[in-house]
Design a protein around this ligand. Structure first.
Ligand code: SAM
Length: 212
């Protein structure tokens, strides 16, 4: 998803230092200080406009959530959407998922969500896929022992690639769904923007849950 720069985005971010961190390393190991309660921390890498992470934070007040996004305008839109909700367990981080070890201490995170990540279909762009081995290494480092990664996508090619990448890394599969919306796993499912769009077109949604 590419969005045009919005002139209000940097100003909105600057106006809410209590809700969003801009590539700041000062909270490494101390993210719990930014939340109302110290409780397990779940992150979404590539959060987009925030629908999933906002609804997760509403549904699960017993966990803390951080939406992480590489595009400034996109995360500003997520922040704007979150402002209406006033959630004490939700924060945003404007950063590159490849650099998460700069922002999180080892084992600081309890779960990583990846939703509808950009497929980067060309082989020469493999390293940019959020399920490439270098990203898995980063997640493994910041996650608790046996930490979980959950990944959803409509893209069959990226899904097959990711299953193979996770397996080659030595991750253990807890569940694989080839049509999430017609499975029991859907009972607790929280939709993302992209998921809503693609499933409305009748496309099956793939999901995998795996741990290190
Ligand atoms: N997760 C949302 C959803 O399911 O509706 C957005 C999906 S969108 C296709 C993928 C998002 O991931 C984009 O907003 C993109 O900017 C972001 N992204 C891509 N690479 C990233 C990276 N290395 N670190 C953080 N965000 C990234």
């Amino acid at each position: 998803m590419r969005v045009r720069n919005k002139p209000w985005a940097p100003e909105l971010i600057e106006a809410h230092p209590d809700l969003i961190v801009e590539k700041g390393q000062e909270f490494k190991g101390k993210w719990h200080e930014r939340f109302a309660k110290k409780q397990p921390l779940f992150i979404e890498v590539g959060t987009g406009k925030g629908q999933f992470i906002i609804n997760m934070a509403k549904k699960y007040p017993q966990y803390n959530f951080i939406g992480i996004e590489i595009q400034k305008t996109v995360i500003a839109i997520a922040l704007k959407n979150a402002l209406e909700e006033q959630l004490p367990n939700l924060q945003f981080l404007y950063a590159d998922g490849a650099e998460l070890t700069d922002y999180f201490e080892d084992h600081e995170v309890s779960k990583v969500f990846l939703n509808f990540s950009d497929p980067w279909p060309k082989t020469r762009h493999e390293k940019r896929r959020l399920t490439f081995k270098s990203f898995l290494k980063v997640y493994e480092q910041i996650l608790i022992e046996h930490g979980v990664v959950e990944f959803k996508t409509d893209n069959q090619g990226l899904f097959e690639y990711s299953l193979s990448s996770l397996n080659n890394y030595g991750m253990h599969f807890d569940g694989v769904w080839l049509d999430l919306h017609h499975s029991e796993e859907n009972d607790e499912n929280v939709e993302t923007e992209y998921e809503h769009k693609f499933s409305a077109k009748g496309q099956p949604i793939y999901k995998v849950r795996a741990h290190f």
